[in-house]
Design a protein around this ligand. Structure first.
Ligand code: HEC
Ligand code: HEC
Length: 335
């Protein structure tokens, strides 16, 4: 029998082997397996600017509030179309330099939304820049800090074509004659955020979400207005997709995102323009930034539901549209 209380040799050797066996399971074997991780087809390495933005992301400790990890549970479905896999981190794992390991972006706190797919969800540079300058300019209740030191105030007479001016209300400025320009740090950080798009898996996905327990009795019976409206909830869709720019009250942000309350496009009896703005995006006027297209993200039913919410809210009063109306516009835009 191994006598651990009398023989110091046995004691030390047993703990040594125990330590070695455990650490090979916990870290050595996983580290060897990591060497076999390959990038997914279609996944791109970061550009020099994007990698610089990643370093700013680390330096500003954005991971303190943001995860970059879609867990394999149903509630994470809103952050990506599949759970995250090791390949997703292939290009960010490059060492920062010889002394510093790339940090893990998986994160553990989700005070703000997961950023795995933020490049697809929010492709607008202007929105990201205004949001970083002061999140409360676009999301009123936001608790995210302002990152004003990534921007500089510049005398408006000294602005050149190279400067990226962001439109913020004058009362935010130290001097009303100034304009806010984004530094390279801010621009590269936004480039990095926009590069974050969850790549598709080749072939049939072998990772799936574990479904949540169905809520008892929710499916049966129900509200009773089945058939009354075949369209999804337009207000909810608007809040999820459009309100970050046009705001929940439809008033927009002066100088950046136009109001939809009282908008001639929204109140037009002819719905064609309104539908095409949503499907194709819109960049018609210099006084506003550009609206990204939503045609790929939203179905005809969803576009119709959002349009109807806009057409009947905030004092707007235009005739509602159907999914077939939207389909006809979409078909004609394809031609
Ligand atoms: C104190 C916590 C906190 C920190 C630190 C933080 N954020 Fe946020 N972030 C939030 C919260 C809360 C939201 C949701 C409200 C909003 O949109 O402002 C958010 C939203 C966002 C969004 C929009 C996400 C979406 O789905 O609409 C982006 C992009 C973002 N943050 C980027 C960053 C970057 C880049 C940094 C570091 C420079 C950072 N955040 C640091 C809390 C934080
Ligand atoms: C990233 C910010 C952003 C998001 C998100 C966004 N928009 Fe826009 N939208 C804009 C900007 C900017 C314009 C003005 C573009 C221009 O005139 O150059 C605009 C214009 C419009 C207009 C035309 C209004 C007018 O009077 O000219 C409509 C209608 C509209 N958006 C609807 C929507 C809907 C519906 C959604 C959600 C599916 C949405 N937008 C999401 C930024 C955004």
């Amino acid at each position: 029998m191994l006598n651990l209380s009398k023989s110091h040799k046995n004691l030390v050797l047993t703990s040594f082997w125990g330590y070695l066996i455990l650490s090979s399971f916990v870290s050595i074997i996983p580290a060897i397996q990591m060497q076999n991780v390959k990038p997914l087809p279609g996944q791109k390495d970061l550009t020099v600017e994007e990698r610089d933005g990643l370093h700013t992301f680390v330096a500003e400790d954005c991971m303190a509030c943001h995860t970059m990890q879609v867990r394999n549970i149903e509630m994470d479905k809103m952050w990506g179309s599949r759970p995250s896999i090791p390949s997703d981190y292939y290009y960010t794992k490059k060492r920062i330099d010889i002394w510093r390991q790339s940090p893990s972006f998986l994160g553990s706190e989700r005070t703000g939304p997961d950023l795995t797919n933020i490049g697809a969800r929010q492709p607008s540079d202007d929105w990201h820049l205004i949001h970083l300058y002061n999140p409360r300019l676009v999301v009123k209740e936001s608790v995210m800090p302002s990152y004003k030191w990534l921007f500089a105030e510049k005398d408006s007479t000294k602005i050149t074509d190279k400067d990226v001016v962001i439109k913020v209300p004058a009362e935010q400025l130290k001097d009303k004659k100034n304009k806010v320009v984004a530094t390279n740090k801010a621009l590269h950080l936004v480039a990095f955020l926009k590069s974050l798009k969850q790549p598709e898996l080749p072939g049939a996905p072998n990772v799936t979400f574990i479904p949540a327990k169905p809520k008892p009795a929710a499916a049966a019976g129900g509200g009773g207005d089945a058939g009354a409206s075949a369209l999804p909830d337009g207000e909810k869709l608007f809040m999820n997709t459009c309100a970050v720019c046009h705001q929940a009250d439809g008033k927009g942000i002066p100088g950046a995102f136009p109001p939809l309350a009282g908008s001639s496009v929204v109140n037009d009896e002819n719905f064609r323009k309104q539908a095409s703005v949503i499907i194709l995006g819109y960049d018609a006027r210099p006084e506003y930034s550009a609206m990204p297209p939503f045609g790929d993200q939203l179905s005809d039913e969803e576009v119709a539901a959002i349009m109807n919410h806009e057409r009947t809210s905030w004092g707007n009063n235009a005739k509602t549209v159907t999914a077939e109306d939207v389909k006809s516009v979409r078909d004609s835009l394809k031609k």
